[in-house]
Design a protein around this ligand. Structure first.
Ligand SMILES: Nc1ncnc2c1ncn2[C@@H]1O[C@H](COP(=O)(O)OP(=O)(O)O)[C@@H](O)[C@H]1O
Ligand SMILES: NC(=O)OP(=O)(O)O
Length: 316
């Protein structure tokens, strides 16, 4: 049995990026729950993290649209929208995972913890927005939005244009203690949703939300280190990490050590904003302590990958 932090990618929440409805998300989460409960059934201690890019973008855009119609309707600040996305996604995941555990007679409790993550107020990420949020647009639509609304928008890994926001590095998890207590009591915990609500710590120790979206793979790595997890499992839409991805000479990797990973990063094999943060988070975890390893694989192959049969295993 291992203590594992499982980071859920976008496809675990929204199977069809064009259908961003709550109904579609809940249906997708039912499938996700099966993969997660497989791991719980196999005896692993599971801590769940998830992304929120599409959802937080949708929440922000909804408030902006209401404000555009009626100025008395306030625009909601980014950290509050991040908190809403944690609640929304956490609610779906805890409902369906609870149901799946009950169906299999697994007697465990599950809770999503609203989690704040401390970032550095001087993080260079605040000056260079990189994190894509919300829906995809064509270049023409994006240029119009940039001109009309002052958004910063960038092309996202060949998939279309998206709004980008600051993405500072996670430094500490405010709710670390309560998450540990829940895990050690045998409960299943959902934490650092959407990378955590980004906060800065003032000199007097109080916290203040900041407009940003932390990368969930990096936040998952942070909580995995803090909870002394054995494995960090990053679930996405591909079974294995590849070099020469999407080219005729694509080569899928079963293993990746830190030397190879650093070389492939330099050679530009991993797309920024998609596979690059995953490989970086995996590498950081593998290098953080002797014996730790990370796995990058698909949701469908999670059980097999943990049994050593597939996925990309990243080690020191
Ligand atoms: N070198 C690579 N190997 C495998 N997949 C890659 C690579 N570079 C980019 N990708 C793409 O990155 C995607 C994962 O990033 P993304 O969809 O942004 O993450 P998430 O699952 O967290 O939402 C994969 O599904 C794949 O399409
Ligand atoms: N916060 C975050 O990394 O979300 P996505 O994985 O949805 O981009």
């Amino acid at each position: 049995m291992a203590r594992i932090v499982v980071a859920l990618g976008g496809n675990a929440l929204q199977a069809n990026p064009k259908d961003t409805s709550a109904e579609a998300q809940l249906i997708t989460c039912h499938e996700t729950a099966k993969a997660i409960v497989d791991l719980i059934e196999d005896g692993h201690e599971v801590i769940i993290a998830h992304g929120n890019g599409p959802q937080v973008g949708q929440i922000v855009a909804t408030y902006e649209a209401a404000n555009a119609v009626d100025e008395s309707k306030p625009v909601m600040p980014f950290p509050e929208c991040g908190a809403m996305s944690q609640g929304y996604i956490g609610y779906h995941l805890q409902q369906v995972i609870r149901e799946e555990m009950r169906r299999r007679d697994i007697n465990k409790e599950i809770a999503a913890v609203v989690t704040q993550v401390i970032v550095d107020k001087d993080d260079p990420g605040f000056k260079n927005p990189t994190k894509p949020v919300g829906s995809f647009f064509t270049e023409e639509q994006a240029k119009k939005l940039m001109a009309e609304k002052g958004y910063v928008m960038k092309e996202d890994a060949g998939r279309g244009w998206r709004r980008v926001v600051a993405s500072p590095m996670p430094k500490a998890v405010v709710e670390e203690g309560i998450v540990r207590t829940l895990v050690e009591a045998g409960h299943v915990v959902i934490t650092v949703g959407g990378g955590g609500i980004p906060v800065i710590q003032r000199e007097d120790g109080s916290l203040e939300g900041v407009a940003a979206v932390i990368d969930k793979d990096l936040a998952s790595e942070k909580i995995a280190e803090l909870l002394n997890a054995d494995e960090l499992v990053i679930l996405t839409a591909v079974e294995q990490v590849a070099i020469n991805f999407n080219k005729p000479d694509q080569l899928n990797l079963a293993t990746l050590n830190s030397m190879e990973a650093k070389r492939y990063i330099e050679e530009g094999h991993f797309a920024p904003g998609s596979m690059l943060p995953k490989v970086k988070a995996a590498l950081m975890f593998a290098e953080s302590k002797e014996g730790r390893k990370a796995i990058i694989t698909s949701l469908e192959k999670a059980r097999e990958a943990l049994a050593g049969k597939t996925g990309t295993v990243i080690t020191k």
